[in-house]
Design a protein around this ligand. Structure first.
Ligand SMILES: Cc1cc2nc3c(=O)[nH]c(=O)nc-3n(C[C@H](O)[C@H](O)[C@H](O)COP(=O)(O)OP(=O)(O)OC[C@H]3O[C@@H](n4cnc5c(N)ncnc54)[C@H](O)[C@@H]3O)c2cc1C
Length: 314
């Protein structure tokens, strides 16, 4: 672990963290980045990304993240593939602890993202990016004229289904209950859409297909009856979990655990900034996360400059 006080520590290596690192190098902050053991973030789980600007043809998610990492490295970011296990934001400089030691920093950018909740099936993970997705805005385009299923009964599931219906030939919403949790407007929109149908009281028990999704096994929770549905895509829309456990009690989180921001990217702790899906449950896109990484860096740079100037005076 480096000794002395770091000017900037970045936690996370998805689009938000790596963009902050790239801008941080250019601002001469020599950022130390704790990438996490699962470096690269959510895009490591997908195949083709077709909506990140700058690529004429689809780019593979892992390739895009490798390019961002190489760009940050070339500019001088120090990248450490470790998870942060503890922070102390109540002291200055801040303390950041990993399995192998502790560093202190004048400013921190938290970009730890969020994980889409999974059904928990082995084949769901194996076929992720090969027909299984958690993001209609990202992947609906690949299902033009195809049959898809959406799992969930809340607002997100309805939004995903409504969006998918613009591309897919049919959208079946599989819900474990007999009624939806989604708000009335979204529910009405889905219910009146001729392409959308509902499979009630039903859970997905397996995802079928060798190289790509060909169907799902389902079980009716009332009757126990099992059956197979032929679909080309499965969108799991049962929520996201922000990666904020280590920040609990150290900065303000909302009731779902997302980091709260006030002015721009500032957290409740001056000097700690937040970027990407760890606070953004609305847009959840690589490009919006990257943009927030940039904003957080600009905010952090100002803070570090003022902090260094104050330290020089005292
Ligand atoms: C299957 C799938 C397909 C998608 N496809 C697209 C697409 O085509 N286009 C698009 O724009 N968006 C897509 N998205 C959404 C996009 O991936 C996210 O919006 C984006 O990755 C968010 O970036 P982020 O940097 O905020 O967080 P993340 O990408 O979630 O990265 C967070 C990082 O923080 C690290 N981390 C977490 N906890 C710690 C810790 N304690 N210590 C250190 N590091 C930690 C993680 O290891 C990870 O590296 C997709 C998402 C999924 C799941």
């Amino acid at each position: 672990m480096p000794k002395g006080v770091e000017r900037l520590v970045i936690i996370g290596s998805g689009p938000a963290g790596l963009t902050a690192a790239i801008y941080g190098c250019r601002a001469d902050l020599s950022p130390l980045v704790f990438m996490g053991t699962q470096y690269g973030g959510q895009l490591m789980l997908t195949s083709e990304v077709e909506n990140f600007p700058g690529f004429r043809d689809p780019v593979m998610g892992p390739d895009l993240m490798m390019s961002m990492k190489s760009q940050a490295e070339r500019l001088g970011a120090r990248l450490v593939q470790e998870d942060v296990v503890k922070v102390n934001f109540r002291t200055r400089p801040f303390e950041i602890t990993t399995e192998s030691g502790q560093v202190s920093a004048r400013a921190v950018i938290v970009a730890t993202g969020a994980n889409p909740k999974r059904i928990g099936l082995e084949n769901e993970l194996r076929l992720m990016g090969k027909g299984v997705s958690n993001c209609a805005v990202c992947d609906a385009f690949f299902f033009r004229g195809k049959r898809v299923a959406v799992v969930g009964g809340g607002d997100t599931a309805m939004e995903e289904a409504n969006f998918l219906s613009k591309f897919a030939s049919s959208v079946q919403i599989i819900h474990r209950r007999a009624e939806l949790r989604a708000n009335a407007a979204l529910r009405r929109e889905a219910e009146s859409n001729p392409k959308i149908s509902f499979v009630w009281n039903t859970v997905v028990t397996d995802v079928l297909g060798a190289a790509k999704v060909e169907g799902v096994r389902v079980r009716n929770v009332e009757t126990g009856e099992q059956s197979t549905m032929g679909v080309d895509g499965l969108f799991v829309a049962i929520g996201h979990e922000p990666n904020t456990d280590v920040f609990r009690g150290q900065m303000e989180l909302d009731e779902k655990g997302y980091a709260k921001v006030r002015n721009g990217t500032e957290s409740s702790v001056p000097g700690v900034f937040v970027a990407g899906d760890v606070r953004d449950f609305r847009y959840r896109q690589a490009v919006t996360a990257a943009a927030e990484g940039c904003k957080a860096l600009i905010d952090a740079e100002k803070f570090v400059k003022a902090d260094l100037a104050a330290a020089a005076v005292s």
